[in-house]
Design a protein around this ligand. Structure first.
Ligand code: COA
Ligand code: MG
Length: 285
């Protein structure tokens, strides 16, 4: 799982819904979270586990990153989920209700060191421990669980997400400090495309790599919001060219569009171009 894979859209699919599992093989989503946890009712948990193992064995998901969300190891299903899914062909295992790095260690004890682990960041304690969780050697991605966080904080649901801002920023900072992936929480009103667009853009501006989604109609909006725009790509190319030119003439700083360009801007511009390239490769299936 290269860090240059795009994660603009990360679609949850209930492991119990065969039709959705099948449909996802053709959806333009960058990654999929195959869910055995909150999207699956208790009575359906054991059946969903088998359905999901079969879907992963069958394959057909192309370049989409396949992440399996198991139940917490403290539940009646978590341990068996971990055992059944560790070699089913997923790219990563997503652990919910994580509070500390020791929770990740408990999963490593079950699945070993081969499969990358992602963690839900959805309890207040997990936010305080975000740095040690993200720094765990096997943790490769953080997913904001904004519904659970809202519940545990007892905060209001606001369009501007002000009550969640500290938590969202801690999650991004922890992920960046550890150089791993950070995905924003879901937008519940899945028929409200304008609201989703606004929230995607907010998550993008905060530094998230992409957004978790609950419905196929949300994919294109997230893919657009989290992709570099044509003008950003154009600017990145001009920054790099101007900087190289000024270096060639013995100077360390260039000026583009009235702004100085230093080496750090070139690094950021190269990242924009690499992301655009990764998105092109994703589309060329
Ligand atoms: N992934 C893949 N396909 C999905 C999907 C998803 N998350 N959600 C819906 N679809 C499919 C449906 O199977 C349906 O396919 P079809 O036309 O081939 O039958 C199509 O998209 C249209 O679905 P629609 O009727 O608009 O939605 P719905 O009313 O059946 O379901 C939800 C709405 C919210 C219940 C459903 O989207 C869902 O279960 N989402 C995931 C929720 C989840 O995982 N939550 C946990 C994390 S917060
Ligand atoms: Mg949750």
């Amino acid at each position: 799982m290269s860090s240059m894979h795009p994660y603009r859209s990360v679609l949850y699919i209930p492991g119990s819904k065969e039709r959705a599992l099948d449909k996802a093989r053709d959806l333009p989503t960058d990654a999929i979270i195959f869910d055995l946890e909150d999207a699956v009712a208790p009575d359906a948990k054991v059946g969903a586990r088998a359905t999901l193992v079969a879907a992963l064995r069958e394959g057909g998901y192309g370049k989409r990153i396949k992440i399996v969300r198991i139940n917490a190891l403290t539940t009646a299903w978590g341990l068996e989920d971990a055992r059944a899914l560790r070699e089913a062909g997923a790219d990563a295992m997503l652990l919910p209700k994580v509070n500390a790095a020791s929770d990740v260690d408990n999963l490593v004890d079950v699945i070993g060191s081969g499969l990358p682990i992602w963690t839900m960041m959805e309890t207040p304690v997990s936010v305080f421990n975000a740095r040690e969780i993200a720094a765990h050697a096997q943790v490769a991605g953080l997913v904001a669980g904004t519904n659970d966080l809202t519940k545990d904080l007892g905060c209001r649901v606001r369009t501007d997400r002000l009550p969640l801002m500290a938590a969202l920023q801690m999650i991004v900072m922890a992920a960046r400090a550890a150089r791993i992936v950070a995905i924003d929480g879901v937008y519940n009103r899945f028929r409200d495309g304008d609201g989703l667009k606004t929230e995607c853009e907010q998550g993008r501006d905060l530094g998230f790599d992409g957004k978790t989604l609950i419905h196929p109609s949300q994919i294109e909006i997230a893919n657009t919001a989290f992709a570099p725009t044509n003008s950003e790509i154009d600017l990145a190319e001009r920054l790099i060219a101007a900087y190289e030119e000024s270096r060639a003439s013995g100077q360390g700083i260039a000026v583009v569009d009235g702004q100085i360009v230093e080496n750090l801007h070139v690094v950021a511009a190269q990242r924009v171009l690499a992301r655009a390239q990764a998105i092109r490769e994703m589309a060329a299936e």
